[in-house]
Design a protein around this ligand. Structure first.
Ligand SMILES: Cc1ncc(COP(=O)(O)O)c(C=O)c1O
Length: 354
């Protein structure tokens, strides 16, 4: 077989690892499990699984649209928001074009661009944050997409409303700016951008979101994209007929209504963030301030080796070598007990007793 040239250097995705018995806090999932209303909806939906699902996910688009204030024609549903990233690249990237993102961010932007033989340009973070001026400087006539992860995975840092507005005022209008908001549900800073209302005035803005994190549906694979109706029509051309299965559509629609689960999940993250930040401060471990359900901290050593020691004590975290941060670790906030155990492991490490 003759593998396409652009795939030859592609490294398959490395997922957050775990080991039997270890608590998995390496992939920013919801430690409370799935939304109970979603589980009930899946049980009901399964009796219809002899039929194909609604290929356009029409009902779910209506529901999401009503929730966030957009017509359903400005929404598309994906088999995870990962799939939306691939739709975007499939629609706009070809040989000779390029996409831009940051050096230390989610790897699927690079994957999507390379999949369609585009060039990926990576701009280093500045103090752990997206460097929007650096990104603007990397734009040329062949740039088609800019991916901004907000809050950023893995640092948890964010671009403010003011910064984003200024940036968008300088970006050429024929270049798509994609804001990946997989973790926006957890952001509570008043300066965090409100992107959905901006879509009306900015044709070249696009937002992706997921049901994998807050709603606890990572295993079902469902996320969405929001943008101008013309962009959505372009993306529908790249979509497989029945990309989102019936259980996922039913689960997402029900999860949106599960106010109790959402509120418990948000409280857990808020409390976990306080608990872990205080613990890290006490231990003198430097970390980035986070707007997400995880935190990125600096170990000053090979974090892959440290990860191996931590997992033996019962917690799987994410060493960040594959994100270009070989001495950092990302930890997903867990339950109070999980966080306590994690801090006690770190305390032992600091004492040289791990
Ligand atoms: C920034 C970011 N975007 C997208 C995703 C993927 O989300 P989904 O599960 O909807 O494909 C993740 C998953 O970890 C992520 O961290």
């Amino acid at each position: 077989m003759q593998l396409r040239e652009c795939l030859k250097e592609m490294i398959p995705y490395t997922a957050g690892k775990t080991e039997t018995g270890a608590i998995k806090l390496s992939s920013n999932e919801n430690p409370l499990g799935p939304s109970p209303l979603a589980m009930e909806a899946v049980a009901r939906a399964l009796s219809g699984m002899n039929r194909y699902p609604d290929g356009a996910s029409a009902l779910l688009r209506e529901k999401i649209g009503a929730r966030i204030g957009l017509p359903s024609g400005q929404l598309i549903i994906g088999n995870g928001s990962d799939e939306i990233l691939a739709f975007l690249a499939g629609a706009y990237i070809a040989t000779g074009t390029n996409g831009i993102t940051a050096s230390n961010t989610f790897s699927e932007y690079t994957f999507s661009i390379k999949l369609f033989d585009g060039e990926i340009r990576k701009v280093p973070l500045k103090q752990g944050r997206f460097d929007l001026e650096g990104i603007l400087a990397a734009v040329d006539g062949n740039t088609r997409i800019i991916f901004i992860c907000n809050p950023n995975n893995p640092t948890g840092t964010f671009v403010t409303q003011k910064e984003l507005d200024k940036f968008l005022n300088h970006v050429p209008e024929n270049l798509l700016v994609v804001i990946d908001e997989a973790y926006q549900d957890f952001a509570d800073d008043p300066d965090f951008p409100k992107t959905i209302p901006m879509l009306a005035a900015r044709k070249n803005l696009f937002v992706t979101r997921t049901f994998s994190k807050l709603y606890g549906l990572a295993g079902l694979r469902i996320g969405y994209g929001a943008g101008h109706a013309d962009t959505i029509n372009d993306l529908f051309r790249t979509k497989q007929a029945f990309n989102v299965n019936l259980a996922a559509q039913a689960a997402a629609a029900a999860a949106l209504e599960d106010a109790d689960f959402v509120s418990r999940s948000l409280s857990l993250v808020k409390e976990g963030k306080e608990q872990v930040c205080q613990g890290l401060e006490r231990l003198g471990i430097p970390f980035y301030p986070t707007q997400a359900n995880f935190i990125c901290f600096e170990t000053g050593e090979d974090s892959e080796a440290l990860f191996k020691k931590i997992i033996l004590r019962g917690i799987a975290v994410r060493p960040l070598k594959s994100f270009g941060l070989p001495t950092s670790i990302r930890y997903t906030f867990g339950t109070r007990d999980n966080n306590e155990l994690f801090l006690s492991i770190l305390s032992d490490w600091k004492k040289g007793a791990l």
